[in-house]
Design a protein around this ligand. Structure first.
Ligand code: B12
Length: 359
């Protein structure tokens, strides 16, 4: 059925307010036209920059044509949720202390997939329950956060949440880039927002500071070089050339955001679920390496880190220990896992030990 423009425009304002009341940092609305992004996305896949992330290549045009993923989709409600946790140890201090494990800021608390999905679902239910007051009916929706072939950054950019930085992440002029994105695909023809304009200018700090030079051109990340990919997505052996460059980053990497000038405007999240758990902002590599599988599973339950599994966690820490200062404690810790049944882990431990053995 057709709805009046006034009703839809009142409803869109209400949706934004309900979103904020649910704890979202911002809500924007856009249409489904991703034509401009489609060829760029395709080119990225064709160059093989997605590495082993087969899921990035396998959905054809579903990612760039929202109605192919969810028929009848007319609009996308894009949601921003800030995640910088309160009272976290200073990132620079941890990165410079080779005995510590650096974990990306986004993974210090509860898994964002759960938090986002929960809030998006609540927003959908709220919309559904209030529709009658706007003389609108027939609300169809699907909510996503990094869980389906959705071009989240391009959609959020169109919805006015921010502009795409040279590191390819979205930046908001007043709030920086430390946020997650999530979406609601809907059949309602809500009024759309204006995209934000780009303010990177001549700055290319993110490209300069990337430890592995993974930002191969402005707006292009070669995932195969990105520490986030190497420590989280890559299930096999980390190429030896990157291991020394990884330093003590054991889960993801924040450098392109840490040194982005716009992040001086970032605010601490109000989401209590993102508060640091188990002191993960300031843990020693050796302590993490000594966790048993049971400890890993208990401590990491509900965290995004749980999804990489115990052996990949150890693999990453082995690299960190290989880059640490040579001490008897580091060598002893490494030796504990040198005969681990997992061949990939064994090989990383051997590499790490070789870094502490004079030639
Ligand atoms: C695959 C993926 C990765 C891969 C590849 C990253 C990448 N840049 O593509 C890896 C594992 C490396 C990764 C790492 C990270 N990720 Co990630 N990732 C994704 C995922 C699932 C898909 C992204 C995608 O489509 N990539 C494909 C490429 C082609 O897309 P793109 O780089 O955006 O490409 C566009 C530009 O190149 C542009 N373009 C090309 N040429 C030009 C030229 C000009 C002039 C312009 C303006 C644009 C332009 O067109 C392309 C198409 O739109 C999204 C969630 C989702 N479903 O969207 C999260 C997502 C992008 N990741 C996110 C995060 C937080 C991270 C990390 C910060 C995590 C960490 N701390 O370790 C790092 C950051 C690394 C980085 N600089 O990208 C957030 C980003 C939030 C934000 N503020 O933007 C997202 C949105 C997840 C979420 N739901 O919140 N990620």
């Amino acid at each position: 059925m057709s709805h009046s423009t006034k009703n839809l425009s009142d409803l869109s304002l209400a949706i934004k307010n309900w979103g904020l009341a649910l704890g979202f940092s911002q809500i924007g609305i856009t249409d489904t036209n991703l034509q401009a992004a489609e060829s760029e996305h395709q080119a990225w896949i064709e160059k093989g920059l997605h590495g082993d992330m087969d899921y990035m290549a396998k959905h054809g045009t579903k990612r760039t044509r929202p109605h192919e993923l969810v028929p009848n989709t007319q609009r996308i409600i894009s949601a921003r949720l800030d995640y910088l946790p309160p009272q976290a140890a200073d990132s620079d201090t941890i990165l410079q202390d080779g005995s510590k494990a650096f974990i990306s800021r986004y993974a210090l608390g509860r898994d964002y997939h759960k938090v986002m999905r929960n809030k998006l679902q609540k927003l959908c239910e709220k919309i559904q329950s209030e529709l009658q007051h706007y003389q609108v009916d027939g609300f169809e929706y699907r909510a996503f956060t990094d869980s389906a072939p959705v071009l989240e950054v391009a959609l959020a950019e169109k919805a006015g949440i921010g502009w795409r930085g040279k590191h390819t992440l979205l930046i908001n002029k007043n709030h920086g880039s430390w946020f997650f994105l999530g979406e609601i695909y809907t059949n309602l023809a809500l009024p759309i927002d204006e995209p934000a304009s780009n303010h990177c200018g001549s700055c290319s700090k993110c490209m300069e500071v990337c430890p592995t030079q993974a930002i191969t051109a402005p707006y292009e990340v070669d995932a195969r070089r990105c520490i986030s990919y190497l420590t989280i997505e890559l299930k096999t052996s980390i190429p030896v050339e990157f291991r020394p460059l990884i330093g003590n980053r054991v889960y993801g990497c924040d450098d392109c955001q840490l040194y982005c000038p716009w992040n001086k405007f970032a605010e601490i999240t109000k989401e209590t679920d993102f508060a640091v758990k188990h002191g993960l902002d300031d843990v020693s590599l050796i302590d993490c390496f000594n966790w048993t599988e049971e400890e890993f599973k208990t401590k990491m339950a509900g965290s995004a880190i749980y999804r990489i599994g115990y052996t990949q966690w150890l693999r990453n820490i082995a690299v960190g220990l290989g880059n640490a200062e040579t001490t008897p404690e580091v060598i002893n810790a490494l030796k504990q896992h040198q005969h681990h049944e997992n061949e990939t882990l064994q090989e990383h431990v051997r590499w790490a030990l070789s870094r502490h053995t004079p030639a």
